[in-house]
Design a protein around this ligand. Structure first.
Ligand SMILES: O=P(O)(O)OC[C@H]1O[C@H](OP(=O)(O)O)[C@H](O)[C@@H]1O
Ligand SMILES: Nc1ccnc(=O)[nH]1
Length: 503
């Protein structure tokens, strides 16, 4: 059926196509069906919404489509039911625990990128991967398919370094320090980050408080060739486009299937042309990887996957048993990262992890002798060179390089929890900390989150402040307080753990 395009002033997070009720009956289309829009040689797929807000002979397009495809107001196109994508059969194969062939994985990824799969099918695919996993052949095929369905960046300034955390630990603002330290040493590090998947703030969410993270590949190339670094959101680019789509499903379920995580990370590194990659695997109770054995196995898979892609990978297994630094939530973490860069000093966990990872990269990049990288990284941080490089990154990406930590707005609705008894902090529950910050509104509300005043091993007296929750609304603050009361985010114990009497 021919139809005239009407661009709707609405974003739905999907490629939404609004069809008039009578037209829908004519072409046998129903709500949530997949519809095919043909314009010349271009074919675009969308999800059907039926409404008489559009006239017969008209179709309404959400602006999401215009972010990827160019359609003009009043353009005449052909619409028809798209039918069931072939890849659904392959998703069901994985649901039944079968191995997928390379061409089947390519079909799934292409249909995801072409928006032929709806959220329900994508969630089914992600869930199937969580339950039945992928072997190395499947992971390699998935990684290449994810990268090659998007754009690739060609940076002349070599060698190209990269760093990426598998995430999972609250407050992991580490790479916001690592990138400027490594770039200040003269190396090239075009860092892409995702938004939060299981945490309360992804690195892209945090950096967005300081500067623009949604840039084009051409802008990124210009910036990286000029200053040697960037800190951008992978989802804003047509860089492994299936990644941000599947991450939305992961975020909703707060899962990160092992095979998909490997492919998600390495597809972006492959697309950026990164040659020397350091992977951070936070390990400990309450994060994605809880044992050293699991961490070593995952490390081997990252290194093997890198070999198959022609990339040199090293892995740092890092302490993930409690939050990194003292803050959780986009604005609070940005404040802490900027403060640490400006002064060269900050929370021990943050400085130690950042200089440790940066030190490895300096050695991988050949600018620090073996074993001297961390010392060199500390010098770069303490000298202010890392802060100067961060100013360049902020300015080149469109932010204000003079931004001060105290100028960063944080939630003005606060509540502080205090120690119910004297003793020692024996455990901080990562999942509870993340849950509280998310209940407070993070990462969508940039100013939401929490600030920790204690870490494991510290002595507290009854009534001492333990943490403060920040929110941008009373309603969100109340939710976070309730969540905090239902969980035990910070455990305090004396030396007498339990008295056993004549029971
Ligand atoms: O913690 P969760 O949300 O599961 O994982 C997502 C985070 O981990 C990675 O961190 P980085 O960009 O390497 O610093 C991603 O980019 C993202 O910021
Ligand atoms: N699954 C992922 C975890 C961390 N970072 C990513 O980019 N993707």
């Amino acid at each position: 059926m021919k139809a005239k395009i009407r661009i709707l002033d609405v974003y739905t997070g999907r490629f939404t196509v609004v069809i008039n009720e009578n037209d829908a009956k004519k072409v046998k289309l129903h709500p949530e069906d997949l519809v095919k829009i043909e314009s010349g040689k271009k074919t675009v797929y969308g999800d059907v919404v039926i409404s008489n807000m559009v006239e017969e002979g008209e179709i309404g397009l959400s602006k999401d489509i215009l972010q990827v495809h160019s359609f003009s107001q009043g353009e005449i196109v052909n619409i028809a039911p798209a039918g069931t994508p072939e890849s659904i059969r392959y998703i069901k194969k994985k649901m039944h625990g079968e191995k997928l062939r390379k061409v089947e994985i390519e079909s799934i990824i292409k249909d995801i990128v072409d928006r032929k799969l709806r959220e329900i099918e994508i969630s089914a695919f992600v869930t199937a991967l969580e339950i039945n996993g992928l072997d190395m052949d499947e992971i390699a095929a998935l990684t290449v398919a994810m990268a090659e369905t998007g754009d690739m960046l060609d940076i002349d300034r070599k060698p190209i370094m990269d760093v990426h955390s598998i995430g999972g630990v609250p407050g992991n603002k580490t790479n916001i320090l690592v990138v400027p330290i490594v770039a200040a040493a003269g190396l090239t590090i075009p860092k892409t980050s995702s938004r939060a998947i299981t945490s309360a703030a992804g690195t892209a969410d945090v950096v967005e408080v300081l500067t623009n993270v949604s840039l084009s590949l051409d802008e990124i190339k210009r910036i990286v060739e000029k200053i040697g670094a960037c800190l951008v959101w992978g989802g804003a680019l047509n860089l492994a486009p299936a990644d941000d789509i599947t991450i939305k499903a992961e975020r909703a379920l707060s899962i990160d299937p092992r095979g998909l995580m490997l492919a998600s990370i390495m597809s972006k590194k492959y697309a950026m042309g990164s040659q020397y990659i350091l992977i951070d695997i936070p390990t400990g109770k309450g994060v994605k990887v809880e044992t050293m054995e699991e961490a070593r196995s995952l490390a081997r898979d990252f290194i093997e996957l890198g070999k198959r892609l022609g990339q040199y990978v090293e892995v740092a297994i890092t302490y993930g048993g409690q939050p990194v630094g003292h803050t959780v939530g986009p604005a609070l973490e940005a404040k802490e990262a900027l403060q640490t860069l400006m002064t060269g000093k900050g929370p021990g966990s943050l400085v130690e992890k950042a200089t440790g990872l940066a030190g490895i990269l300096l050695e991988m990049g050949g600018v620090a002798p073996a074993g001297m990288g961390k010392k060199m990284a500390k010098e770069i941080l303490e000298s202010g060179k890392a802060y100067q490089k961060m100013r360049e990154i902020i300015e080149e990406q469109g932010g204000n390089p003079d931004i001060k930590p105290e100028e960063i707005p944080i939630g003005d609705k606060t509540y502080t929890f205090t120690a119910p008894t004297s003793g020692y902090v024996t455990f901080i529950d990562n999942k509870a900390i993340t849950g509280i910050a998310r209940a407070a509104g993070a990462p969508e509300d940039k100013g939401a989150g929490l600030e920790l005043y204690v870490k494991v091993g510290e002595k507290v007296k009854e009534g001492d402040p333990l943490f403060t929750i920040y929110a941008e609304s009373e309603a969100r603050l109340d939710q976070a307080i309730i969540y905090a009361r239902r969980t035990e985010p910070i455990r305090i114990e004396g030396m007498v753990l339990q008295r056993i009497g004549n029971i």
